[in-house]
Design a binder for this molecule. Structure first.
Ligand code: FA5
Length: 374
């Protein structure tokens, strides 16, 4: 800073001369106008308005002036700095607008371009069908229950009133993981052959009333062919409450079939035998493709029901009182019904899948046409 300028002569302070201030201002304005982008403008701002910029240094010189000269010099420098900061602001806005316009053009997406992305995968139709069935029952107030696939022989057979000499227990049907220890009262371990042990687990764990639906994978020593697979999926339902009858079972299954196949589909129960239900039945539904019209009419054969008019859905019945007793449920107070069926078989006739092997091979060309039902 110069020495105090006692005898007033503003011209003596070189940096405060009007033409010098005008030169600094014009230089700053020219640099601002020349800034080509926001980064350059930032650099110009630091150079022209920062603490060591020419105008800031000139401003400091004002302190060296005698009092009567300070106002005039201060006004001159202040005006110049004001013009510079206005020009900076205007150029900033201009450059921002230019950048926004450029980004809009550069980042525009042409939605009409053909895409070459990898196709999204698809959910397996067994999963979507199983979830659809669950939804029907959840809407009726049922809960979804699950159980382990490696199961004790007692839960898979004994508790379900399947005696040790029942054919289902032989090596032909069951994958044994661990045999029962000879002479000891200890259950063996199997891969569950049906979802029915989840019924037992539910009854052992909780007090009635119970309304559960149990979907899950099951295992049998069947050969893989067009209508069998050693690993398949079942859905089982169980209701235990006071006063439940066969009429409740009938109404529930009728509702399920109508919800899945249409309101005009009739059902029927055919007598059958299962050790864990008494009485037991097989649930059939009218063929939803030919509505029975193919029966006895060779001109109109139906592939879905093999021209029989009815499709077999699965086994059902009133829970055997022996099963209730084994699970600690009082058969004098409570009754219940159960129903179980295979999802693969349902998928076959619902979608005309001719070979069950297509369902297990994992080829997305099979899965894709079913779409992405969520
Ligand atoms: C049972 O498994 C009983 N637990 C069902 C039940 C539950 C009856 C509650 C009464 C009360 P079943 O062995 O019939 O029943 O098998 C049920 C369904 O599994 C069959 O209708 C069939 O659709 C399917 N299934 C059986 N074996 C195979 C297999 N190897 N591959 C594909 N699906 C199969």
């Amino acid at each position: 800073m110069s020495a105090p300028n006692k005898s007033y002569d503003p011209v003596e302070v070189e940096a405060l001369k009007p033409e010098e201030i005008a030169r600094m201002r014009d230089e700053a304005l020219a640099a601002i106008a020349a800034a080509g982008d926001l980064q350059e403008l930032h650099e110009v701002k630091v150079a022209q308005t920062g603490g060591t910029s020419p105008l800031a240094l000139a401003n400091r010189e004002i302190g060296a002036l005698p009092p009567q000269a300070k106002a005039e010099a201060g006004k001159r420098v202040g005006q110049a700095r004001g013009q510079v900061s206005q020009a900076l602001k205007a150029r900033q806005e201009e450059l921002e607008a230019e950048r926004d316009a450029r980004v809009l053009v550069e980042e525009a997406v042409d939605v009409t371009l053909p895409h070459d992305r990898v196709r999204a995968g698809a959910r397996h139709p067994l999963t979507t069908l199983s979830e659809r069935i669950e939804d029907v029952f959840v809407a009726m107030g049922y809960e979804v229950a699950e159980g382990p696939e490696v199961e004790s022989e007692w839960l898979n057979f004994d508790a379900l009133n399947i005696a040790p000499d029942h054919p289902a227990r032989t090596m032909q049907d069951t994958f044994f993981v661990e045999n029962a220890a000879a002479g000891e009262d200890q259950s063996g371990v199997v891969l569950r052959t049906h979802t029915s042990p989840v019924q037992i687990r539910t009854m052992l764990d909780r007090e009635p009333p119970l309304y559960v639906i149990c979907p899950g994978r099951v295992y049998r020593t069947d050969e893989l062919d067009a209508t069998h697979t050693p690993v398949f999926n079942q859905v089982e339902l169980l209701a235990i409450d006071e006063g439940l009858t066969m009429a409740d079972l009938r109404g529930t299954l009728d509702h399920m079939v109508k919800a899945l196949f249409g309101d005009d589909i009739k059902t029927r129960l055919r007598p059958n035998y299962f050790p864990f239900t008494e009485p037991s039945a097989e649930l059939d539904m009218v063929c939803y493709v030919c509505r029975g019209a193919s029966v006895g009419d060779p001109q109109r054969p139906c592939r879905t029901c093999s021209s029989e008019g009815w499709i077999e859905l699965g086994g059902c019945g009133m829970v055997n009182p022996r099963v209730l007793t084994a699970c600690g449920v009082d058969p004098e107070k409570y009754s219940g019904f159960a129903f179980g069926f295979g999802i693969e078989r349902m998928l076959m006739f619902r979608h005309n899948v001719e070979d069950m092997r297509d369902m297990v091979e994992g080829d997305v060309r099979f899965t894709r046409p079913f779409g992405m039902e969520i």
